[in-house]
Design a binder for this molecule. Structure first.
Ligand code: GLC
Length: 451
């Protein structure tokens, strides 16, 4: 470790060791009572995919906390297997929408203590569980952790295939932009524009996020109106997944979610093998979902994957950073991957050695690109981490290195922010953001320690 030296674009030395210590302090500072808040002010609860990313970081220096992180999240798992987007371990006046707004008690199997939101987030959990096991120093504890997690993870994946695949296409659907983790991405514009509820149908709500962060860096009011309207629609249907699939105006097969599910299925099969259990069902699911993605979501013209809107019955032709995420789960073959890297390494997504930071969340050449507004342009380190690993898997080392540079340079310049401007590198959103710190740790240690 001590042997390496990195410099930023102005030639100043990057103190990796100090940054690693800072990253650990961010995670330890946001840890409370068995789980880690994404940020104590803006996001004062436990979020589902955040916890997966956070566990990747903790696994390198605090196995116990890494394990606790996932165990705490799964305390909020519903009886039908749903792992909620947010688990509310405590009350907090800082956050909207809190537990009362969700009204999840309308569903007989919803988690009650702790309470939770009523939607999901991308399924990274089996992958995080396997990663913790692989990096564990206390193997006995890690094995018993695997034994505890395995049936919970199986329930989670069973839920997704049973209740979130309405056409039995082996592609999981989302019912809300929040489920994607990329809340206000231009991905959703076309679907959301068709949803125009009468003002009387929008439940009363008061946002808290814009008290803390410049509104120019957050979703707009018209987006929020639709977000809360969709939540109301779900509680009115008592969170019955098949009724929601029929009536919800937002039913989308999403690339990033299905990519993470393919990876998670492979990893769940590996967990089963370690435990001496037959995991062939998970492997088959991984293959079936990957095949369905290639048949339905792949665009061989541009070299990218697209989401599909099941309500409008049309492909969403939106070019965004996560459209390249299938590299992470080895969904494309070599020929597809070559097309993808050509498009990724272009002016739209920050070409190698140009004056930008890879990888913007949205096509930089499109008129909708906004360098500071949340998922409409800024660089997010979790998507970078996914693309970095994906590029490495296919041997695209130069571009992988380019993405890794952003994961290291951006926190060096601006700290562990939530997202960053792809031109200037400036940090936006909240500071001390947990997954930025965790994935920095994982990237640095994977690269330098080769673990
Ligand atoms: C925002 C992000 C989402 C994340 C959550 C907590 O809603 O869009 O991906 O999980 O914040 O960090």
């Amino acid at each position: 470790m001590s042997s390496y030296k990195l410099t930023d674009r102005k030639g100043a030395e990057i103190d990796i060791q100090r940054l690693l210590e800072n990253a650990k302090s961010v995670l330890n500072g946001n840890w409370v009572d068995g789980h880690t808040k994404p940020n104590p002010h803006l996001y004062p609860h436990q979020w589902s995919w955040d916890s997966g990313f956070i566990a990747y970081g903790f696994a390198h220096f605090d196995q116990e906390r890494a394990q606790q992180e996932l165990l705490s999240l799964f305390k909020g798992q519903w009886g039908n297997g749903l792992v909620p987007q947010i688990v509310f371990h405590h009350d907090s006046p800082l956050y909207f929408p809190g537990p009362d707004f969700w009204q999840t008690d309308r569903h007989a199997q919803a988690s009650d203590n702790p309470s939770s939101s009523g939607i999901i987030q991308p399924p990274i959990h089996a992958s995080a569980t396997l990663h913790i096991y692989k990096h564990a120093t206390d193997k006995e504890s890690a094995t018993s952790f695997l034994e505890t997690m395995y049936p919970k993870l199986v329930m989670w994946h069973d839920f997704l295939y049973r209740e979130r695949d309405p056409g039995n296409e082996k592609l999981i659907v989302l019912f809300h932009p929040w489920e994607s983790g990329q809340d206000n991405s231009p991905l959703w514009d076309e679907v959301l524009e068709k949803i125009s509820p009468d003002p009387t149908e929008i439940p009363h709500y008061v946002r808290k996020d814009t008290d803390l962060i410049d509104p120019a860096e957050r979703p707009k009011k018209e987006d929020y109106d639709r977000y809360v309207y969709l939540v109301k629609l779900m509680w009115e249907l008592d969170y019955d997944q098949s009724k929601i699939a029929e009536e919800c105006p937002f039913v989308v097969q999403d690339v990033l979610t299905n990519t993470l599910l393919v990876r998670a299925n492979h990893d769940l099969a590996e967990i089963a093998e370690i435990l001496g259990i037959d995991g062939s069902k998970h492997e088959s699911r991984a293959e079936e979902t990957a095949k369905a993605m290639n048949e339905k979501l792949w665009d061989g013209h541009h070299g990218v994957y697209y989401d599909y809107d099941l309500v409008g019955e049309k492909t969403l032709h939106v070019h965004h950073g996560a459209g390249f995420s299938p590299l992470f789960a080895e969904v494309p073959d070599q020929d597809q991957a070559k097309l993808m890297i050509e498009y990724l390494n272009s002016r739209a997504f920050c070409k190698l050695n140009e004056n930008c930071y890879a990888v913007p969340s949205y096509d930089m050449q499109d008129t909708k690109f906004d360098p500071s507004r949340y998922w409409r342009g800024p660089v997010w380190l979790n998507v970078n981490w996914i693309l970095y690993r994906g590029c490495r898997l296919y041997g695209f080392h130069k571009y992988a290195e380019w993405v890794r540079e952003s994961i290291i340079h951006l926190p060096h310049l601006y700290g562990f922010c939530e997202y960053y401007d792809p031109h200037e590198g400036k940090g936006y959103g909240t500071e001390n953001f947990s997954w930025s710190a965790a994935l920095f740790i994982d990237t640095v240690l994977v690269e330098f320690v080769k673990s």
